[in-house]
Design a protein around this ligand. Sequence first.
Ligand code: PLP
Length: 379
Amino acid sequence: MTSPPQVRLPLEPVPQLDLAAQYAAIGAEIRTAVERVMASQQFVLGREGTALEDEIAKLCGVAHGIGLASGTDALILALRACGVRPGDEVLLPPFTFVATGSAVSALGAKPVFADIRPDTYNMDSAELTRRVTPRTRAIIVVHLYGLPADMAPILAFAKTRKLPVIEDNAQAIGASYKGQRTGSLADAGCLSFYPTKNLGAYGDGGMVVTNSAEIAARVRTLRNHGQSAKYLSSEPAWNSRLDEIQAAILRVKLRHLSNWQRARQSLAAEYNRLFSQIPGVMPPLAPDGFEHVYHQYTIRIEQRDALHKFLSERKIGSTVYYPYPLHLQPLYSALGHKAGDFPHSERAAQEVLSLPMYPELRKEQIARVVETIAEFLKC
Ligand SMILES: Cc1ncc(COP(=O)(O)O)c(C=O)c1O
């Protein structure tokens, strides 16, 4: 008797991010928190926002947190609070989300790029000496993908030049560098609560965290039309407040953040284990003393675009963060940069690919992702 033909079941898609899985687990807690705000009928600058500011300041190990409308506003207001003015130069890496640069431009200041290290994708401190000028007024360091930048040499450089340092901590809440949380390492830390972030709201939101009472007071004033007292404005500003519903939702999620972080780290360890058998793929680096929180699990591979297509045809989500470094963005054409100016950022933009990563991801799904990549490399 011949055996029946094998039926090939369609493979389950693996999304790059699955917020619905998170909501399925915490939906009841979220609805209770939202209901609490509805019952209070206080929607802006109330108890939830103040409690969230305290809880996040504690998590980051700083004295102050100031809730804002977005991570972009956090960067703009932190730069302003650190004294950046129109015409000033601000050093930042070109391999980041555009907001890091556009926050500088929004103030009429000039972004000056400092290339990244090819192994961590974070700012290379050696570049700072090459790019600094007498007009440099501040440095923004990005902890890309959830990995802290190597802060010690950057802070040492900043100290010799008396430059404030701002951490763009949009992707790295909960990470730590030599035992100290990101956001607390420099003058001010900027968080984003964009929904896809490790701590994501159900809309936009952000926060500045700082140990400086002066910076905190300034950001608090700037987020509310520059009002130093009720209906008394002392400088031009706008409304950048975090609302109570978002704050209440974020407080629920904050209770889960450390478990989610551990889950991300264990999933990353599983990816790393499987990739150790596969030459041609460079997994993310997490040097000793650098705690990575895997906002993204990002590999580097020469045939990146072909792999991206291959995965998508097999219903595996992956994303290129970021295909264009800032110096080659049309936005910055007036700065006169050309291809080759920041080679490590340009190569990263061509070779990085972020794979599925979220706390609810299962190890079997990771195995499928890695097997599919191994199959691609054999083609
Ligand atoms: C590195 C980085 N900086 C800044 C931002 C801006 O944050 P937001 O979208 O909350 O304005 C983001 C996130 O989108 C980001 O990833």
